[in-house]
Design a protein. Structure first.
Lengths: 203, 243
């Protein structure tokens, strides 16, 4: 089963967010990133957070997976916000927390509504000028797509290894968790490489 | 099925595979996985049978350059799998036993599109082609679901779709039905029987092997039989019965 993460899988749909081309979406995300850093004060940050939530709603991104994937981010955010509250007061705490969440949510909305194929096309086009330097844009685009795809796969691997360790009563042994996780990750990388080679992708 | 297509040739010219390993006492050792094989395969349906670890998968991997011969050569339509690797892989599609190893994109549509990126198609043409391929393999209604949500049989069908989308001339399958239930095995078998491609299938399914035009039996790194299907299957049964 698929694991929901902030970089979770694309969900098919026909909403306005889905129809928007990948370029403007990614550009918008970049602008949001800049605005979040430049703008000061909790009010702007909360408005941006509302905007990020609205983007998810516009893309009809299902609520439950988003919440589930947001959980680790929420924990981090709570810790950071708590520290800021103590150090610099509630206004800064709200600003920092809202900034973090809106970036993650907006990025999630973009990945959930943009097929990997379109992202590849976009990267391919954007990197074309680097061809003079000997860079092959299609390969770079493929590497990025594989990286995005690997994040959920790594989480699945971690869960499988934990289950296997638990089945043998070894859940407290770091070696029983880390070694197989590392071995499986390398094995997976090799299998993916072979699959790409067999399909002639990257030749 | 009568075919007017030009036939293709996979040629093994003394091809052998030797691996460097470490002996139990720590010294470097050489393990022969496949002893020199010489034969020319032009039949439309070729089956390779043999015990686990006999070297039959290595034989299959030689055909598209996934494995390279330590000595000798392997040629596909006259192209050397080492020197002209990219050209060979454009001609030879390869299907693994485990489709999870082969499917790299999150959805069927994207996975087939990945295969087609190699062809000079614009986006609209590629989308059309993807749709046609999924339609042909009965996966049109699964185009946008997560690959993980497909059944084992559907995944293998998708792996085949991704490989056949680029219309290679030779299709190599390494135990394509080993993980499938009876129903899906029949679906994949029927598909492999019907495609225009020359098919080289490594299999443990002796019924499938018996339908081939030519059977190779591999045992302990040697091709010990090369000939018509009924004799090949009988030879393999005898071989296994003695052990």
């Amino acid at each position: 089963m698929s694991v929901a993460t902030p970089l979770g899988l694309y969900r098919h749909g026909t909403s306005a967010m889905h129809r928007l081309p990948a370029g403007p979406k990614l550009a918008g995300l970049a602008v949001l990133g800049v605005v979040v850093v430049v703008a000061r004060g909790p009010v702007v940050s909360v408005v941006l957070l509302a905007l990020a939530v609205a983007l998810n709603a516009a893309g009809r991104v299902p609520l439950r997976p988003v919440l589930r994937s947001l959980l680790p981010v929420l924990v981090t955010t709570a810790l950071v916000a708590g520290f800021q509250w103590w150090q610099r007061g509630p206004a800064v705490a709200v600003e920092v927390a809202a900034d973090l969440l809106s970036l993650v949510l907006a990025a999630g909305a973009v990945t959930a509504t943009t097929p990997a194929d379109r992202m590849l096309d976009l990267l391919d086009r954007a990197l074309r000028p680097l061809r003079v330097l000997g860079v092959r844009p299609d390969l770079v685009a493929l590497a990025v797509a594989l990286m995005l795809r690997t994040v959920p796969a790594l989480l699945t691997t971690a869960r499988e290894v934990r289950d296997a360790a638990r089945a043998r009563g070894l859940e407290r042994s770091p070696r029983a968790l880390l070694v197989p996780a590392a071995v499986r990750t390398v094995a997976r990388a090799r299998a993916t490489g072979e699959a790409l080679a067999a399909r002639g992708i990257g030749d | 099925m009568a075919q007017s297509r030009p036939s293709h040739a996979v040629t093994f010219d003394g091809a052998a595979v030797v691996a460097e390993t470490t002996a139990p006492d720590g010294r470097a050792d050489r393990l022969t996985i496949l002893h020199p094989v010489t034969c020319t395969l032009t039949e439309r349906r070729v089956a390779v049978v043999g015990a686990n670890g006999s070297g039959k998968s290595t034989l299959a991997r030689l055909v598209n350059g996934l494995a390279t011969p330590s000595s000798g050569r392997v040629l596909v339509d006259g192209l050397d799998t080492v020197r002209d690797g990219a050209a060979v892989r454009r001609r030879v599609g390869f299907v693994f036993t485990d489709p999870d190893a082969q499917l790299v994109m999150p959805t069927p549509r994207e996975d087939v599109a990945l295969s087609l990126r190699r062809l000079p198609l614009d986006r609209a043409a590629r989308d059309d082609r993807v749709r046609a391929v999924l339609e042909r393999f009965g996966l049109a209604d699964r185009a946008e679901v997560s690959v993980h949500a497909l059944s084992g049989g559907q995944k293998q069908l998708l792996a085949l779709a991704g490989v056949l989308a680029t219309e290679p001339s030779v299709l190599v399958c390494d135990e394509p039905t080993t993980l499938l239930d009876l129903r899906w095995r029949r679906v994949v078998d029927d598909l492999l029987d019907s495609v225009d491609q020359q098919v080289l299938q490594v299999t443990h399914d002796l019924d499938a092997a018996a339908r081939a035009d030519r059977v190779l039996v591999v045992d302990r790194g040697h091709v010990v039989f090369d000939g018509p299907a009924p004799d090949g299957v009988a030879h393999y049964r005898d071989l296994m019965a003695v052990r």
